[in-house]
Design a protein around this ligand. Structure first.
Ligand SMILES: *Cc1c(COP(=O)(O)O)cnc(C)c1O
Length: 827
């Protein structure tokens, strides 16, 4: 009763809370600056002004967030939870200003402090809670869900240290911890009262309840607390604010108490550190598993905390009756990282809420949906059974039970075929048996999707072929997309203004309208305006490259850009071979048909990925030789962009002429960088891989520089691959390799690139770099010729933006919603 009265009282106050609007913006900002933060000076970095502005805007988000939650509380609505170990959010300020339509309020308020949004915004640290494409996809999806008014909550981890900061020393990558919370994170709101308790270690016992029924109890556990921090996710000018709930780990109180009482003060504090370790740092591996115990702890921590959170809310609202739970919930698993959620939901239903196995399994397999993100075998997560048994003994039991029942089904489908059972088992046999997390995800989900048409086809015909035969209805494709708010409206204001003048501003909310730009592809005046905007954006990138790399770019040269994680399959090496080839031609005086170009490469290598780090060193050495050669500078300049991140991409993609998407066919699941470039009018040079195929289909083959082996050919090529022969028969490639082997780029560092040379020349090279070289060079020459014909280039550029309509994550999310989630918008 007391609680009820208190709630009524709070709600009354809330409804009487002062209304925030345009008129109060200046005062609100000043109040936060002077009183909340206690400041009276601006300071060099404008850090406090940024914090005051962020809080002023957060106030406006909080009221909408409450309204959104209130709406959902009032009616029983089907909701989705997006579970992801990564959310690569970048900065929040500019996005919030755009989505809440606060530009004019903000700029007039900041005028009084003699500054502007751009300067103040630079004080914000990127929220780099992800590695690359997978984490950025999750961030784009949240923006689209809120903008489409869909009831979707993101669940992730509040890493104390996000993606490392990359610096260069003598051309080598050096990693520095990313202490992104040092100056505080003004967007989040902690909700410690909604903390959840997570079990680890211990053992399992059987006990009988009063009725004599047997149960399993996971006891003697070492519990950790999961504390939620909520980040508001504003929809685009629709009044919706969704939530990204990030969990931080901490010690439970009574655990410490008992040890304090026993006099073991230091041991108790040490335990506290152990609990806090779970969410200390993001694992910096993109597309590769690494099998560390702490990583499994993170995965279980996220999965358990998020599922408990949802079950607790359900029980609060509807009691412990789960008969229609599956009608109101869906969990989307972003890759296998949170796939332990399948077993955890079973555990919660069976152990905590005492559902029968069959009922629990029915609900679980009607609520889980799994997105696969990669075909690379080294990325397929497996956890050793002994590790599982030690860390999560009850979960292992449940996985065994799921497996036993599943293998029974397999034996019915393929009677007497022991090999099928071995092949499909959730447990891989071997010296140390392993739990196959992807198989757990497939068996436990009603939907399994790939992230581009080719990728999904390859899943069905390769990696998951037998599962596809068993359950064809589970498999579907959802081609990735990116949000046009951040990746065009926000990051390219000049182009946005130009587009608005021609086709209106409807494209920001309804990106298929961008197609209307096609009408202007041959309009001479529009060409001039388009080029002028590109030049402004190139000048901005020039300034940034000068500041960050110390290299002078020239807006009159073609900007040829490859930014993404450094990985062999993405073939930054192939790009370097082309750069060396151009340099070789310059040395030989063969510059007649060469469009002058500035090549920019950026990206982080996983700290333990030896070859990727060598590739960074090679790029830097090649850049240094070329940039210090006066003969080269009119034709070719090369820079490595350090610490590539979301904020860097916001300046890079609007300025790019040529987008490098050159992975070995069949290896890039989708790519999303390719889409950001396309939206901003870059033309792609690329292989038939991932979403490149769909990009080319949409823009037309004439407006895409295609090269390279096709995915269906690559296995055959690998069988009799002889790069030495290819090299000896190709004078251009021979010449490039001769330069490399001569040590021209490592005169004072003999032998350091031998491993890279060996990789290219090895018949075992899975990436087929030498194979694709000739067609790549040819496509590059075509790009060069086209660039020299500016009217043609400009037309192609406009057509790329105009054809990018289906690469909005709004399209992707609409499809998730229609075909997997089946949610209704909240309006
Ligand atoms: C979009 C994006 C990626 C993904 O790029 P791909 O080219 O698809 O690999 C990675 N990192 C950042 C910072 C991005 O913005």
């Amino acid at each position: 009763m007391a609680k009820k009265n208190a709630d009524v009282c709070v709600v009354k106050h809330w409804q009487e809370a002062p209304k925030l609007n345009e008129d109060t913006f200046n005062d609100d900002l000043m109040r936060h600056f002077y009183y909340t933060l206690g400041r009276d000076k601006l300071g060099e970095s404008q850090l406090y002004l940024y914090h005051a502005l962020a809080m002023t805007i957060r106030d406006r988000l909080v009221s909408r967030c409450r309204a959104t939650n209130q709406f959902l509380k009032q009616r029983k609505t089907r909701k989705a939870a997006y579970l992801s170990l990564e959310f690569l959010m970048g900065r929040a300020l500019g996005n919030a200003v755009l989505n809440l339509d606060l530009q004019s309020s903000v700029s007039s308020a900041l005028q009084q402090y003699c500054t502007n949004l751009e300067n103040v915004g630079d004080a914000e640290h990127d929220a780099g809670l992800g590695n690359g494409g997978l984490g950025r996809l999750a961030a784009c999806f949240l923006d689209s869900c809120a903008s489409l008014a869909l009831p979707v909550v993101g669940y992730g981890i509040r890493y104390e240290y996000g993606m490392f900061n990359q610096t260069l020393e003598q051309g080598h990558q050096v990693e520095q911890p990313d202490n992104w919370l040092r100056e505080g994170h003004p967007w989040e709101l902690a909700a410690p009262e909604q903390s959840q308790r997570i079990k680890f270690f211990g053992h399992v016992e059987t006990f009988q309840d009063k009725s004599g029924k047997e149960h399993r109890a996971w006891v003697n556990t070492q519990d950790v607390l999961a504390v939620p921090y909520d980040v508001p996710i504003p929809g685009y000018q629709n009044g919706v604010v969704n939530t990204l709930r990030l969990w931080k780990s901490g010690a439970t109180d009574e655990f410490d108490l008992s040890e304090f009482n026993a006099g073991s003060y230091s041991e108790a504090v040490a335990r506290k550190n152990l609990a806090e370790q779970i969410t200390m740092v993001l694992y910096p591996n993109d597309s590769s598993e690494n099998g560390k115990e702490l990583r499994l702890r993170q995965q279980y921590f996220l999965s358990s905390a998020s599922l408990q959170d949802i079950l607790v809310q359900w029980v609060e609202q509807y009691g412990a009756n789960f008969s229609d739970f599956a009608e109101y919930h869906v969990f989307q698993l972003n890759d296998t990282h949170p796939s332990i959620a399948v077993a955890e939901l079973m555990r919660l239903f069976v152990d905590a809420y005492e559902l029968s196995w069959d009922q629990a399994w029915q609900i679980t397999t009607q609520t889980m949906a799994y997105t696969n993100h990669t075909l690379l075998p080294e990325a397929l997560e497996k956890w050793s059974v002994p590790l599982f048994e030690k860390l999560l003994p009850r979960l292992l039991e449940i996985i065994y039970e799921i497996n036993a029942r599943f293998l029974k089904q397999v034996s019915l489908q393929w009677p007497g075929d022991i090999n099928k059972q071995r092949e499909l088992s959730l447990i891989e046999e071997g010296d140390v048996p392993q739990v196959r997390m992807a198989y757990l995800a497939i068996v436990g989900s009603y939907s399994v999707n790939g992230v581009a048409a080719l990728h999904t086809e390859l899943l069905k015909s390769g990696l998951f072929k037998t599962f596809y035969e068993l359950w064809p209805e589970k498999f579907n494709n959802k081609t990735n997309g990116v949000t046009p708010r951040r990746w065009l409206a926000h990051c390219n204001p000049e182009l946005s203004t130009l587009i608005n003048e021609k086709i209106g501003a409807g494209w920001v909310a309804n990106f298929s309208e961008i197609e209307k730009l096609r009408r202007y592809y041959d309009d001479e005046k529009f060409h001039k305006q388009w080029q002028a905007v590109k030049n402004i954006n190139k000048q901005k990138l020039c300034d940034l490259v000068k500041k960050r790399c110390g290299i002078e770019f020239d807006v009159n040269m073609m900007f040829d850009v490859q930014v993404k994680r450094i990985h062999e399959y993405k073939r930054q090496l192939l790009n370097v071979l082309h750069i060396i080839h151009l340099y070789d031609r310059i040395l030989k005086g063969d510059v007649e048909s060469m469009a002058p170009r500035c090549v920019l490469i950026g990206g982080k290598a996983a700290p333990g990925y030896y070859i990727a780090k060598k590739i960074i060193k090679l790029i830097n050495n090649v850049a240094s030789v070329i940039n210090s050669d006066e003969k080269a500078s009119p034709y070719l300049r090369v820079a490595f962009f350090p610490n590539y991140n979301v904020t860097a991409m916001e300046t890079i993609c609007p300025a790019t002429d040529l987008s490098e998407q050159i992975s070995t066919a069949g290896k890039e699941a989708s790519g999303t960088g390719n889409m950001k470039f396309m939206m901003n009018g870059a033309i792609t040079i690329g292989t038939l891989d991932g979403a490149n195929i769909e990009i080319r289909d949409n823009v037309g083959a004439d407006n895409f520089f295609l090269f390279g082996a096709h995915a269906e050919q690559t296995d055959e090529i690998r069988k009799h691959y002889n790069p030495q022969k290819i090299i000896s028969q190709d004078p251009q490639l021979s010449s490039v390799l001769r330069l490399l082997e001569s040590g021209h780029f490592n005169l004072l560092e003999p032998g350091i690139f031998d491993d890279l040379i060996n990789a290219i020349t090895s018949p075992q090279d899975p990436w087929l770099t030498a194979y694709d070289f000739a067609s790549y060079i040819e496509a590059q020459q075509k790009a060069s010729d086209t660039y020299l014909d500016q009217p043609t280039w400009t037309r192609m550029s406009i057509l790329n933006t105009a054809a990018s309509g289906s690469f909005s994550s709004d399209r992707t999310i609409s499809q998730y919603c229609d075909e997997i989630w089946r949610l209704s918008p909240m309006q």
